[in-house]
Design a protein around this ligand. Structure first.
Ligand SMILES: C[S@@+](CC[C@H](N)C(=O)[O-])C[C@H]1O[C@@H](n2cnc3c(N)ncnc32)[C@H](O)[C@@H]1O
Length: 268
């Protein structure tokens, strides 16, 4: 809900300048909508809001490039209230959303309440990354592991164990012609002290909600992990690079500060 609220504020406050999502507001419940003006008025939310908009833009651009070269399966890992499946402009592309069964039930309820019809191209595949392999869960939902896919995995890796992350990357790397875009966060000690305190506070509030951050990666550690999986190539994009690429005038003051990373990795 938090990420979806940031996307909604981005539409109203910044006109969706980085990422346009006509369903961002509609998918929220009454209480979340009531909290949007407070969120919009607090400048402390700006860096995270712009990053959340930019990560979707980056991922959906990579996805469009994959579709242009013939990929016809899109998998949204840890989909939450992501709305790509509702906006899917790619003819013949099927979308698989992965999340906890309870979260998917909640999303279906949200969509039913807002009157948004489920597109026939969308399949919900309930999977707990910590308990079930992605391959098993997907094949039970009609996914073809012998055909390439694009995987979007935004805002999820900090909440998973390293083992679950590695297993998922192994699965993507095993599928020829596939790609993944995912986000990861650096350890707190990599941040300057002024930013560190704020980050620790965010992590503590996530832990208090029962969603502790379990995995943070040094960029060199992440590069080694991707090399070991034998991806054909990968790029690691910093938040500052994303700001330079997408933020325009909105990026004032955010072009040099550290933040989460996005990785785009292409399998052989
Ligand atoms: C911060 S939200 C991001 C949601 C969405 N990707 C977005 O950008 O709006 C993290 C998502 O990962 C899902 N998630 C976390 N741990 C998971 C697990 N072990 N198995 C399946 N889904 C998980 C959560 O239910 C939630 O939907």
């Amino acid at each position: 809900m938090g990420a979806a609220m940031h996307r909604a504020v981005h539409q109203t406050l910044e006109g969706g300048a980085i990422f346009t999502d006509p369903y961002a507001l509609q998918i929220l419940d009454e209480q979340a909508r009531a909290n949007l003006p407070t969120m919009a008025a607090d400048p402390a939310h700006r860096p995270m809001r712009l990053f959340i908009a930019a990560r979707s833009r980056f991922s959906e651009e990579a996805m469009a490039a994959c579709v242009a070269r013939g990929v016809r399966q899109v998998v949204i890992l840890g989909a939450g209230l992501d709305t790509f499946a509702l906006r899917n402009p790619h003819a013949g592309v099927t979308v698989y959303e992965i999340d906890y069964p309870a979260t998917q039930a909640w999303k279906r309820e949200r969509l039913a309440q807002t009157g948004v019809a489920l597109p026939p191209t969308l399949t919900f595949a309930p999977i707990d990354f910590e308990k079930q392999s992605l391959g098993e869960g997907l094949s039970a939902s009609g996914f073809r592991a012998d055909e390439p896919a694009f995987f979007q995995w935004l805002g999820v890796t900090p909440y998973l164990t390293r083992e679950a992350i590695v297993t998922t990357l192994d699965f993507v790397a095993s599928m020829a012609g596939s790609e993944v875009v995912f986000e990861y966060a650096e350890p707190f000690e990599n941040y300057p002290p002024a930013m560190r305190a704020n980050l620790i506070a965010i992590a503590e509030s996530a832990a208090a909600r029962g969603e502790p951050w379990l995995s943070l990666f040094d960029p060199s550690d992440m590069a080694a992990l991707l090399q070991e999986r034998h991806f054909a190539r990968f790029e690691d994009v910093t938040r500052a690079e994303l700001a330079a690429r997408y933020y325009g005038d909105l990026g004032e003051g955010l072009r040099s500060s550290p933040g989460p990373h996005l990785v785009r990795a292409v399998s052989r």
